[in-house]
Design a protein around this ligand. Structure first.
Ligand SMILES: Nc1ncnc2c1ncn2[C@@H]1O[C@H](COP(=O)(O)OP(=O)(O)O)[C@@H](O)[C@H]1O
Ligand SMILES: Nc1ccn([C@@H]2O[C@H](COP(=O)(O)O)[C@@H](O)[C@H]2O)c(=O)n1
Length: 253
């Protein structure tokens, strides 16, 4: 696939002289490992959970918003748990890449919400990004595509044991995604688990920080938040000019 050129290259975490805004964090991990929950905790600890959504300076995007549109046949398969949503080919990589490039360039971007019952993006409840300090991009395969992997300034991998993930997925898919138990287990055994082992797990090596036990790991989350705050501190040398009051650092939590 041909991608448009972008000023790429990852800012070294020790080379603190060039901290980009927004600071783009990739959060990978298996299904139901706690990626969204970890992102929520990071946002909360940065004091943003109580801020109205359109004023937030820390934004979470889900990779699921970039699933390809399904054909009629694929949609029928998906309704039976037989469509492979865990394969890299299920994603619109070009749209995902172009969107992240726009986010990094500070452009106003609208990210549609994904409807897991209808298996498609919805026009309602889109996340609007216009002047974020930190953008968290979470999903099972956010480190799979090299061009996308290279866009991240920090990479986290949420490492939760597979039994825990399966039991959480079963409960979540029944409660929130309108699924039946036999369909969930069949999809998991035939598609989700093999794809996790083939495509997701091998990307753990790209992480800067691996978070064992996901959101239960308060120490890891505290350290990550401290690191982000340190990087984003307004009086860092050579940082982009901005008003102190605009910063997420030092805001009341
Ligand atoms: N540490 C935890 N303890 C208990 N339940 C959790 C924990 N982390 C996540 N969950 C639950 O597990 C399910 C999957 O978590 P989620 O954060 O959505 O995972 P992911 O984004 O990786 O799919 C959700 O129902 C969530 O509430
Ligand atoms: N229509 C869909 C789309 C995705 N899935 C499954 O969701 C998982 C990814 O989301 P997580 O929050 O669990 O990371 C992935 O494993 C897909 O199997 C789905 O079932 N239906």
């Amino acid at each position: 696939m041909a991608y448009p050129s972008v000023c790429s290259g990852r800012d070294s975490l020790t080379g603190l002289d060039k901290i980009p805004r927004p600071f783009l964090i990739g959060v990978a991990g298996g299904t139901a490992s706690g990626k969204s929950t970890v992102c929520g905790k990071i946002m909360e600890q940065l004091g943003q959970q109580s801020v109205l959504e359109h004023n937030r300076r820390v934004v979470i995007i889900s990779q699921d918003s970039f699933y390809r549109d399904l054909s009629h046949e694929e949609h029928k398969k998906a309704n039976k748990g037989g469509y492979n949503f865990d394969h890299p080919g299920a994603f619109d990589v070009e749209l995902m890449y172009n969107t992240l490039v726009d986010v990094k360039a500070g452009k106003r971007v609208e990210i549609p919400k994904y409807d897991y019952v209808a298996h498609k993006r919805t026009s309602e409840g889109a996340t609007v990004i216009h002047s974020a300090d930190v953008v968290l991009f979470e999903g099972i395969l956010v480190f799979y595509f090299p061009e996308i992997r290279d866009l991240f300034n920090l990479r986290l991998f949420v490492d939760t044991d597979p039994d825990t993930r399966l039991s959480r997925r079963v409960l979540r898919d029944i409660e929130e995604r309108g699924r039946e138990l036999d369909q969930i287990l069949n999809q998991y055994m035939t598609l989700v688990k093999p794809a996790f082992e083939e495509f997701c797990l091998p990307t753990k090596k790209y992480a800067d920080v691996i978070i064992p036990r996901g959101a239960d790991n308060v120490v890891a989350i505290d350290l990550i938040v401290q690191h982000i705050q340190e990087l984003m501190r307004p009086n860092r040398t050579n940082r982009r000019q901005r008003n102190n009051s605009d910063s997420i650092v030092g805001r009341p939590h």
